[in-house]
Design a protein around this ligand. Structure first.
Ligand SMILES: [Zn+2]
Ligand SMILES: [Zn+2]
Length: 347
């Protein structure tokens, strides 16, 4: 077994604190990664606090994991020692159901093995995430991080990046697509960068006037203030695609009014309560209201390769592990531009 140092929560109300556990020795198809960086995703906080129910403890969060390969199993073909590698939200799936066969492992009919607060596919062995100094993962679920990308900035691509990339690709965003991005946070800033690099005409839809300069720096061609009711009138029917990253309660109907005929609004944020949608908001314009969850492994690699080609990483604030609890509080206050990344060498 491989002794692993980590930060864990021992129960839902507990702060994260140092903890040690054993990971399995790498099997024939596994790679051992010495983790160097792990992003802090808002969903880490939800799960550590058991806000979605069913959480298991001790919990080692973290699913934006980047590090160096330090050992490979005998049958590993895609990685060698020294490679920069990543692990995202999943470490395995059944690999046999209809979604898995289509490369949609995140929707595995048997339930994917998520990187933490989950189990391996044996449904017994708990999974522990990237707030740790080592991880063992099957090479089929390990991502290649393109050379030239800053490892710290690349870490959030593994969740925030793919969460916004997947709907952009599924709804065929490209040159000339009028894209609205709702909310400039961890997800929103990646949607702007990726959308702009794909050739979309990006409009940032935000409640904070102070974020306009940043939105433009990230690639937005326009900025609109959603606190102003006039914005919704001015931009009625404007967007081919809206990516809605907001997790706070808000009126989907108002945002749908800005979607063009045959356009779509895709939600990737999760407000705490169900939100009413009026049928008229959809039928007047044959509009689609859809959702999207991370992305499959092949699509995640496609996104990383695209980011490698275009030099895209997340805007990050790198912090030592000892500041993780403080970073959680600041994340809840949206006091970060735009992602905290833990320097896991400081565990
Ligand atoms: Zn995440
Ligand atoms: Zn499956």
């Amino acid at each position: 077994m491989i002794r692993t140092k980590a930060y864990a929560a021992q129960k839902p109300s507990a702060p994260l604190a140092p903890w040690e556990f054993d990971r399995r020795d790498p099997g024939d198809k596994d790679v051992l990664i010495d983790v160097t960086h792990c992003g802090i995703c808002h969903s880490d906080i939800h799960q550590v606090r058991d806000e979605w129910g069913g959480a298991t403890f001790p919990m080692v969060p973290g699913h934006e994991i980047v590090g160096r390969v330090s050992k490979v199993g005998a049958k590993v073909t895609r990685f060698k020692v020294g490679d920069l590698a990543g692990v995202g939200c999943m470490v395995d799936s059944c690999r046999d159901c209809a979604p898995c066969r289509k490369g949609l492992e995140q929707f595995c009919a048997k339930g994917a093995a998520f990187s933490y607060n989950s189990t391996e596919m044996d449904r017994k062995t708990p999974t522990y995430g990237g707030y740790s100094n080592r991880i063992v993962c099957d090479e089929a679920f390990t991502l290649r991080i393109p050379a030239g990308l800053d490892p710290a900035g690349a870490a959030p691509l593994l969740c925030a990046g793919i969460t916004t990339w997947s709907p952009l690709r599924h709804w065929k965003a490209g040159k000339g697509t009028r894209l609205g991005v709702v909310g400039l946070g961890g997800l929103g800033h990646m949607a702007v960068k990726l959308g702009a690099a794909l050739g979309c005409e990006v409009t940032m839809l935000s409640t904070s006037p102070g974020k306009e300069a940043d939105a433009r720096r990230l690639g937005a061609a326009a900025f609109a203030l959603t606190k102003d009711p006039e914005t919704f009138k001015k931009l009625a029917g404007r967007f081919d695609l809206i990516i809605d990253t907001i997790s706070a309660p808000h009126d989907y109907n108002a945002y749908l009014s800005m979607v063009a005929v045959d356009g779509a609004m895709v939600v990737v944020g999760v407000p705490p309560a169900p939100a009413p949608v009026h049928a008229f908001a959809l039928i007047g314009g044959r509009k689609t209201l859809a959702g999207s969850l991370i992305g499959g492994i092949a699509e995640t690699q496609e996104m990383l390769d695209f980011c490698g080609k275009h030099g895209i990483v997340s805007d990050v604030e790198v912090i030592p592990m000892s500041k993780v609890n403080e970073a959680y509080e600041r994340t809840l206050k949206a006091d970060v531009r735009y992602r905290f990344v833990l320097d896991t060498s400081t565990i």
